[in-house]
Design a protein around this ligand. Sequence first.
Ligand SMILES: [Ca+2]
Ligand SMILES: [Ca+2]
Ligand SMILES: [Ca+2]
Length: 458
Amino acid sequence: MLESKKVKFNSHKSFNQLKIIFLFTALLALIGCGGGGSTNSNSEQESNENASGDLTLVWSDEFDGDTLDSSKWNIETGYGPNNSGWGNDESQLYTNSSDNLKVENGNLVITARCRDSNACGKRDGSITSARINTKDKFEFRYGTVRARIKTPEGRSTWPAFWMLGANFPETNWPLVGEIDVMEMFQSFSNTRTTHSTLHWFDDTLPARSGTPGHQFFTQSRSFNEPLTNDFHVFETQWDENQIIGRIDGEIYFRRIIDPLTMDEFLKNFFLIMNVAVDGTLGGEPDQIRTTPQNMLVDWVRVYENSSDASTIPIPTSSFDSGLLVDGDFEGGTGSWTGTGANISFVNGNLVNSANVAVAGNAFDVNLGQRVPIIRGRTYLLSFRARTEDSRTLIAGIGLNESPFTNVARLTTLTPEWQTFEYTLSATSFGGENSRVFFDMGADTGLVLIDDVSLIEVE
Ligand SMILES: [Ca+2]
Ligand SMILES: [Ca+2]
Ligand SMILES: [Ca+2]
């Protein structure tokens, strides 16, 4: 859930961001990350409770009563600041009516509905839903937050369980930081996929959207069955070093916190739950025209991590990237750029992943890192890569500016990881603004890249 109450941000999901989301979704579908993983058994869900070790409960709502506990939650109503649809061009009116928000049978129930099938319009009061938060009532720094949620159907719905920095709205988004524990949306994804995302501010890098300084990092997990069929436990484990995301106890998101540029995540956050309709990541109202769609939340629990120090092991990497930074992608950093720069968690390892849906120019989907190249010198570029079936990419070194002079090799990938080593001589170019690059847009299909290094050779 993006938030942009004060920052004008009409098109915050830029084309590239949408494309990246599509890339992730397609990738995860392709690599087939397991089965449905769904269970409707409380006992099975509860058995996952200690999957992250011994945790101390610090806050929870079991939704056992028949009204929302106002000592824990605030109800947000309206269309958001400036009636802008909460910064995302969302259509719904948030209300505090029991038509949209109630506690029933042990669950919080948020219902998105249209007045009738012919009245389902944008911010005219015909579509209603609900949004609640814990600002000033429960704010925390570090810990494990979990919720057991049955997400709503409906192509237009955009349910989310997320957090904003506690200094919001006094401090603008994205300087407050945003942690999305669970987000599902169907315009650019599907009901089989949950997304976890961080948003923060870092103006030393090119903005990732129309908001200056906006950076984000997103990972998703797709299943064979719709997540909407049943309850699932969505989780974020957060300490001063990194943020981990899980669904039903299984990790699918990991991001190391750079304390210099991601200081947003070293401060207090509060919780938010909502079901948006339409807007930049929802979709045109369809099912909700005739059938109200419910998000059910059995419980929300926040646990202390088991000690003040980091409890999440940070992967140690002995990989030598040579002249490059973070060649094994384990830092999950912004060292890599390009339309094909998407770091993904695959079998316990962070790799760069891109899936090309439509073939075009090779450079249309690219991954690169700036590195000085000295004219006349020779370099050894090595990396590991694979695809699903068979396809090519172009790997090389070259100028990072026009005329993009380069020396490169056409590389044929297979479903097995292969190591490629290319000796490349910079006979006709060089300079500070040079780069290592991978151009992947000429063929369709998946590309996974890992362990990239560049060294100078005699
Ligand atoms: Ca920052
Ligand atoms: Ca409950
Ligand atoms: Ca790696």
